[in-house]
Design a protein around this ligand. Structure first.
Ligand SMILES: [Ca+2]
Ligand SMILES: [Ca+2]
Length: 425
């Protein structure tokens, strides 16, 4: 009952001292009016009242909530929670009385609250959890003096000398089976399963996963399946391999090929002062140029590689028919040369006479391998006509003759010595 109604009753009680009939009727009408107004006001207020809504929650419990326009929905949620590092959060609703759950990744353990509830105070229950790395080494799993290395969700043992295995449980075989070509494997235990690995260049070849043996790369790639490893020879080494070269060669920077050592440039030769050092593939040659001794003519050295005939006495026909000069050339070539190919060219600088002729001198060996052709009016070329293999020294002489009306004016001999190496590189 409100205040206005209370006052009305008080007015009606004061009728005791005999009010007139008119007065009473007037008062009653007033009371009736007021009650009607109050009733109307009450009904209007009731219409505005909140409506009832029923909500069925999907969480363990069924909850009922009141909603109203005057109380927005957003104020009924707690602040959003993040998943812990190395863990997960289950449950997305942050509404009042809803729960979220937390899980850690394998290898981590949860510290804090596993579940938190959004309370009516809009604060979460419990403590925010963290995921802590489980120390697999806590149980000292490495035996025989091994050192445990804790890793995420796993551990490994660094074994003391002479021991091997995932937990250093096995002693390494002694004597002949060990050595640089046999190494202990490194094993890791992941959730109870042992995984063993080897250093690069080693592999677990036998039944014993505790032992790694060297990979013989030379044998593995022997038939050149993955391209020939080495141009010359392959040497297996513990954990790897290297290429080797024959005497007189160095391994190239790429480690695969062989490069000739220039003994003449590096003073790794024993040629005497009156000799010339000729670098060859895989070695060197000490050559001495001596002018030829032939009847009727004498020669003098005009350069380290050339001899010229001394002037002939007047009317000494034998002398004037002897070669005017001898030139010496040394070629160093690799083995397995294909043919035909040009090996050397001889040219006349200032020819005399009307005819220039080139011919091959020398014995059967020279004729088997060489021929002389003319390449232009003033040039003759020494051709290799049959393939050459293996270490061999070939000699050939090319004669160039100047003629005037079929009479010799001059003869010039070029001696070519070819040092063929044993190898193709
Ligand atoms: Ca190896
Ligand atoms: Ca050499």
């Amino acid at each position: 009952m409100n205040q206005r109604l209370m006052r009305l009753v008080a007015v009606s009680v004061s009728f005791q001292d005999c009010p007139s009939r008119q007065e009473i009727q007037g008062s009653l009408k007033q009371v009736q009016k007021l009650l009607t107004a109050h009733e109307a006001s009450y009904i209007q207020t009731k219409k505005k009242k909140k409506s009832l809504i029923l909500i069925n929650s999907n969480v363990k419990t069924v909850n009922f909530f009141y909603f109203s326009k005057s109380l927005p929905f957003s104020t009924d949620t707690c602040i959003k929670l993040d998943a812990p590092i190395n863990g997960r959060k289950l449950g997305k609703s942050h509404s009042v009385s809803h729960e979220v759950h937390f899980l850690c990744d394998p290898g981590y353990e949860l510290v804090g609250s596993e579940s938190r509830v959004c309370q009516e105070s809009l604060a979460w229950s419990g403590q925010h959890p963290t995921c802590r790395d489980i120390n697999e080494c806590a149980s000292s799993p490495c035996l025989n003096g091994g050192t445990c290395v804790d890793e995420v969700n796993q551990f490994s043992c660094v074994c003391a000398k002479g021991w091997t295995g995932a937990t250093c449980q096995s002693s390494l075989p002694t004597s002949a089976t060990t050595g640089p070509f046999v190494r202990p494997s490194r094993c890791t235990i992941v959730q109870g399963t042992t995984h063993c690995t080897c250093e690069p260049g080693y592999t677990i070849s036998g039944r014993d996963s505790n032992i790694c043996t060297d990979i013989d790369e030379c044998e593995l790639f022997h038939n050149g399946q993955a391209g020939k490893l080495c141009l010359h020879a392959c040497v297996n080494t513990p954990g790897g391999y290297r290429c080797s070269c024959p005497v007189g060669y160095n391994v190239t920077r790429d480690g695969r090929s062989c490069k000739d050592i220039d003994e003449c440039a590096t003073r790794q030769n024993n040629c005497t002062k009156d000799q010339m050092c000729i670098n060859t593939y895989g070695g060197f040659q000490c050559v001495r140029v001596d002018c030829p001794k032939i009847p009727n003519a004498t020669y003098v050295k005009t350069s380290p590689m050339r001899c010229e005939r001394n002037p002939c006495p007047v009317d000494n026909k034998a002398c004037s028919q002897a070669p005017n000069s001898f030139s010496y050339h040394y070629l160093a070539v690799v083995s397995n040369l294909s043919a035909p190919r040009v090996m050397f060219r001889v040219s006349a600088l200032r020819p005399m006479g009307d005819t220039l002729r080139f011919s091959l001198l020398g014995g059967r060996q020279a004729r088997r391998h060489f021929t002389v052709q003319r390449s232009d009016r003033l040039t003759g070329q020494l051709m290799l006509v049959s393939p050459v293999q293996g270490a061999i020294t070939l000699e050939a002489e090319v004669e160039m003759s100047e003629l005037e009306r079929r009479v010799h004016l001059g003869r010039y001999i070029t001696k070519i010595t070819m040092f063929v190496s044993q190898y193709e590189f």
